[in-house]
Design a protein around this ligand. Structure first.
Ligand code: AHR
Ligand code: AHR
Length: 517
């Protein structure tokens, strides 16, 4: 409720009961207006603008000032039990501590992302579709930690293969009906496959033709469309095409955008649509396209079907990745003024990257890094005599040389002191580095390139276990074992065999262990 509306109602109610003195006191103190204003959510703003939310999804916060229900549901691996994660207070932030307690000593996946709009448009595990089998994977519940207004929360980490869907919605635009949508995404986590989307799609998981979708796409696919720079871009997935503007293919007004927290907007009405984006941490939105439907047959009028997808394309294409924190879909074409107010609400929410730390990974510590993939849970990251890097089983009975080769001395990152480098315990002065995307140990040659190749930034484990280590100069690539050999690898992107998306999340997630030497 807008603060003024609330005041008007309060005044009426209080006058009716003759308690004017109380009202006057509240007005003088000004506290009531302030607290009401603070609890406005994005969906209150859309409602005030006459384009109400008909789907409102977030694992981090309430999207209405009056929402006090569950945000999402997690399921833990240990016993298969599920738990709804709610808000700390009405209109507030996710109760991440409840998830942490429920998932302690095991791992959890996100099973449901509840719709806060009251329409029941919840997102659950996506089924098989025309492009790929299913059901899709569920996101690990801890892989995308953030803070929102200082409160710990978790986003939805979509590795390739992960997807959510609802084919039986209520109130979502169909045909050529107008709608709007925004999503807050991690602008540094993306892929080039098809298609990391959030929005309107087919109700039968099949590609039913041009104009049967209208969704936000984020990534650096150039299969259908692109903008300036090398990506990633916000585009509209309208089915059989990711559009960056009125033309199929390239449109010069759609820039690469990679804000750590990205507000992405797509909206569509009869022969009108727009792409907008901005930094979700500060500043205003920019309009990258606003105008008529693409000059390609099949998109005017639109044939929207009204399902909702997250992380996948309309036909369940699931070869891309991204991270989702919150998003909504509206009934009606939101005004720019409404979207500006929503952007102000988003920046005020103060999204921040979580500071991932581990006492086992502080500079100076000795550590061994244990693989987590089912194949390899007795294996450790080690180098060989020829300076190649691999994983192999290490036990108390292993040779002293093997134990030493599987032990690293943690150093402040050579290229970035807020990240890490790993010096060989067996060969002091030799660092873990990538070259040609394969891991080696080598002595520094003093170049900036060496320092970059030897620097890795700590992230929450992609699979929900342990930690992942991001290459500082190739942020889409992470320390990975593949066929028992060490690489930096992308999630289905990069073009090398070791960039395979199969078990990528597990292969890039490592446990810290007592140092073997
Ligand atoms: O429009 C791009 C993609 O094409 C859609 O997401 C998918 O359904 C189809 O393969
Ligand atoms: O490992 C990828 C690149 O390969 C490194 O940055 C560079 O040193 C080599 O060309």
């Amino acid at each position: 409720m807008a603060a003024q509306t609330w005041l008007r109602r309060a005044r009426r109610a209080l006058l009716a009961t003759g308690t004017t003195a109380v009202l006057t006191a509240a007005l003088i103190a000004g506290t009531e207006t302030a607290s009401q204003a603070a609890t406005q959510g994005p969906c209150d703003l859309y409602a005030s603008g006459g384009t109400p939310c008909v789907a409102a999804h977030s694992t981090t916060r309430a999207l209405y000032g009056g929402y006090g229900g569950a945000l999402y549901q997690v399921r833990r691996a240990s016993d298969g039990a599920t738990k709804d994660i709610g808000v700390l207070s009405t209109g507030g932030y996710a109760n991440a501590a409840a998830q942490d307690a429920f998932c302690s000593a095991t791992t959890c996946v996100i099973t449901v992302i509840y719709d806060q709009s009251g329409k029941g448009n919840h997102l659950t595990q996506a089924p098989a579709g025309g492009a790929a089998p299913g059901p899709d994977n569920l996101a690990p519940a801890t892989a995308a930690p953030v803070t929102v207004a200082g409160h710990k929360a978790y986003g939805v980490y979509v590795a390739a293969g992960t997807g959510y869907r609802n084919n039986h919605t209520n109130g979502i635009a169909t045909g050529d009906q107008p709608e709007g949508m925004y999503a807050i995404l991690d602008g540094t986590h993306f892929g080039g496959g098809c298609c990391f989307d959030y929005g309107n799609a087919e109700t039968n998981n099949l590609d039913t033709g041009n104009g049967h979708m209208e969704a936000i796409y984020f990534g650096d696919s150039t299969i259908w469309g692109s903008g300036t720079g090398k990506g990633p871009w916000v585009m509209a997935d309208l089915e059989n095409g990711l559009f960056s503007g009125v033309n199929a293919g390239y449109n010069a007004n759609d820039p690469s955008v990679s804000h750590r927290f990205l507000t992405a907007i797509v909206k569509g009405a009869p022969n009108l649509w727009a792409i907008k984006a901005g930094n979700a941490q500060s500043g205003a939105l920019s309009t990258y396209y606003s105008g008529p439907r693409p000059n390609v047959p099949g998109y005017n009028p639109m044939h929207k079907e009204g399902a909702i997808i997250l992380g996948i394309g309309g036909d369940n294409s699931k070869s891309s990745s991204g991270t989702f924190y919150e998003g909504v879909m509206t009934s009606g074409y939101p005004s720019d003024a409404t979207e500006n107010a929503v952007q102000a609400n988003i920046t005020a929410a103060n999204y921040r990257a979580a500071n991932i730390t581990s006492s086992a990974l502080t500079p100076g510590a000795r550590v061994s890094l244990k693989a987590t993939t089912a194949c390899c849970t007795a294996d450790y990251l080690r180098h060989n005599a020829d300076a190649t890097v691999a994983i192999s089983p290490i036990t108390s009975g292993s040779s002293a040389a093997d134990k030493s080769d599987a032990t690293w001395i943690v150093r402040a990152g050579l290229a970035n002191s807020s990240c890490l480098s790993f010096e060989s315990a067996a060969a002091p002065g030799q660092y873990l580095r990538h070259y040609g995307f394969q891991l080696h140990t080598a002595a520094s040659d003093g170049t900036a390139l060496f320092n970059q190749d030897a620097t890795f930034c700590l992230q929450a484990g992609h699979s929900g276990q342990g930690f992942s280590f991001q290459s500082s100069n190739y942020p889409n690539r992470f320390l990975r074992h593949y066929a028992y050999t060490g690489y930096v690898a992308g999630d289905g992107v990069g073009g090398n065999t070791w960039d395979s998306d199969a078990s990528w999340s597990e292969d890039t997630s490592w446990l810290t262990a007592q140092p073997w030497a």
